[in-house]
Ligand binder design. Structure first.
Ligand SMILES: [Cu+2]
Length: 165
């Protein structure tokens, strides 16, 4: 081997080592580490339903309450055009306790108002998120008699009416 070839050989070895170190350094930096949340792709998770509903009414333990009437959120209600609330128009006496039974496979709400743009939405009653297979309570005791439109905050095309007599 001539001197030039030796230099080239050593240079190639050296470049190989440098590429190896660089590759190792870069890719070790990509291994996820518990607690290390630095990433340009990082996005905070939406708040959990329980936190989201903090401060909302009706944090009643459903199993401890004897409901007077039941409003059912039907299976498939999340699909627009499907039957959603049953009954669609619910009449109760003032003071009745309504159990809202979500028998669907996705979360829903019963929120008073014409829709999300209604300035009074959720001010009279709001179950907040009812998870699939779970239930919530609307206590009409503190609601004045009248007709109340309501909708689902998750699927605003789900609508119904609550009549309190
Ligand atoms: Cu819904």
């Amino acid at each position: 081997m001539g001197l030039n070839e030796k230099i080239i050989f050593v240079a190639i070895l050296g470049l190989g080592a440098i590429v190896g170190v660089i590759t190792y350094t870069i890719f070790m930096g990509l291994v996820p580490t518990a607690g290390d949340t630095r990433s340009i792709y990082r996005q905070d998770l939406p708040p959990k339903p329980a936190e989201a509903s903090a401060g909302a009414k009706s944090s009643v333990d459903v199993s401890s309450v004897e409901p007077d009437v039941t409003l059912t959120i039907l299976e498939g209600a999340a699909t627009q055009g499907n039957p959603d609330y049953d009954p669609k128009e619910l009449s109760v006496k003032a003071g009745d306790i309504i159990k809202v039974d979500n028998v669907d496979t996705v979360p829903h709400t019963v929120t008073n108002g014409e829709g999300p743009n209604d300035p009074d939405a959720g001010k009279v009653f709001d179950t907040s998120i009812i998870n699939a297979g779970e239930a919530a309570i609307i206590d009409t005791q503190e609601i004045s008699p009248g007709d109340y439109a309501y909708y689902c905050a998750v699927h605003p095309y789900m609508t119904g009416t609550l009549k309190i007599e």
